[in-house]
Design a protein around this ligand. Structure first.
Ligand SMILES: NC(=O)c1ccc[n+]([C@@H]2O[C@H](COP(=O)([O-])OP(=O)(O)OC[C@H]3O[C@@H](n4cnc5c(N)ncnc54)[C@H](OP(=O)(O)O)[C@@H]3O)[C@@H](O)[C@H]2O)c1
Length: 307
């Protein structure tokens, strides 16, 4: 395949930054990172402001940059804000995806959308691609509707990359804290934390997710792929592994139930993703969890233990 022109939306976010880094490593590829505000972290390659809710601006971006591929990482990825403002959640997570799919169809571009294991009800995970979605909160419903909007569009070259509990070390003045960095901040400050013991996930290192998504593009694959870590564990056990990896005090972590922590917004409990399809069809091999946590520690500049 000729080196493509790759447009990344939401490029200041956790997933968008990882996708931009991975795309920039593609020899010869022309990458345009776009985001709503000023560039958070893109000192190489192009960056432009693009509000994906603005259909005219999206059209202009296609005319000016003529992408072959769009990696659509703009979205509202948090459960509580989606419950609190369902209209805003729907506009960004669903309507803007429909706009993007139409633009890709008109301009002959391929579209890849990150999605989530929150499209499932959490009664039977880890989930395979053909398991039946049944979301239980507004965020999950919006992401399933986005998947369906792509499928229902006239675009043929689309792919969905479902993932879960992404962690990494994005740059920028105030990046939204993922679970790992939130936990490291709290434990480093000596603050006790309560984390759910009843939620199972397959946590995903951001660079692995980006590698999996770029493989979907390189192999010109369409349809739904599960791209996450391989290891399913409870969020409580994940927290303990993080504390170990960062030499922090495990005693500060105590178990709680999801109902106690988030009474207003249910989460799927037994979730996480099976990645057999991505492994066998894309050669996707995420690094083991402890290796990924070591990589985050290095990226945060905490890699060398102080004497
Ligand atoms: N993080 C996870 O664990 C996870 C798991 C499964 C799926 N996903 C999916 O991955 C995608 C990205 O999530 P993330 O974790 O990277 O979230 P994130 O860190 O919050 O990034 C989302 C980005 O979207 C941008 N954005 C919001 N509204 C926009 C608009 N109107 N136009 C352009 N950009 C806009 C945000 O810009 P600002 O910086 O200006 O707010 C932010 O940079 C989402 O679709 C999410 O559903 C994430």
């Amino acid at each position: 395949m000729l080196p493509p022109r790759i447009l990344v939306t939401g490029a200041n976010g956790l997933v968008g930054q990882a996708l931009t880094r991975a795309a920039a490593r593609w020899p010869g590829a022309d990458v345009l990172a776009t985001g709503r505000g000023p560039a958070a972290a893109h000192d190489r390659g192009g960056y432009a402001r693009l509000d994906v809710l603005d259909g005219d601006a999206v059209d202009r971006a296609f005319q000016d940059f003529a992408p072959d591929v769009v990696l659509h990482a703009a979205g509202l990825a948090q459960v509580e804000p989606c419950e609190a403002d369902r209209e805003a959640c729907w506009a960004l997570n669903v309507d803007a995806v429909g706009t993007m799919a139409s633009a890709c169809h008109r301009h002959g571009a391929r579209l890849v959308l990150p999605s989530t294991d929150f499209v499932f009800d959490g009664k039977g995970g880890p989930y395979a691609e053909d398991d039946r979605p049944a979301p239980i909160n507004a965020y999950g419903r919006s992401k399933l509707a986005a998947e369906n909007a792509m499928k229902a569009s006239r675009l043929l070259d689309w792919a969905v990359a479902r993932t879960t509990m992404v962690f990494g070390a994005p740059a920028g003045p105030e990046p939204r804290l993922d679970f790992v960095r939130w936990l490291v901040r709290e434990l480093s400050a000596g603050r006790p934390v309560r984390v759910p013991a009843d939620q199972l996930r397959t946590p995903t290192y951001d660079d692995d997710l980006a590698d999996g998504i770029l493989r979907i593009v390189r192999f010109k694959r369409t349809g739904v792929f599960h791209v996450s870590g391989r290891e399913q564990l409870s969020v409580l056990d994940f927290a303990r592994r993080v504390a170990e990896a960062f030499d922090l005090d495990i005693g500060l972590i105590s178990p709680a139930t999801t109902e106690d922590l988030h009474p207003g917004a249910p989460r799927p409990l037994h979730a996480g993703l099976l990645i057999l399809r991505a492994e066998s069809e894309l050669g996707y091999h995420p690094r083991p969890l402890d290796v990924a946590l070591g990589a985050v520690r290095d990226r945060l500049g905490l890699g060398v233990s102080e004497a």
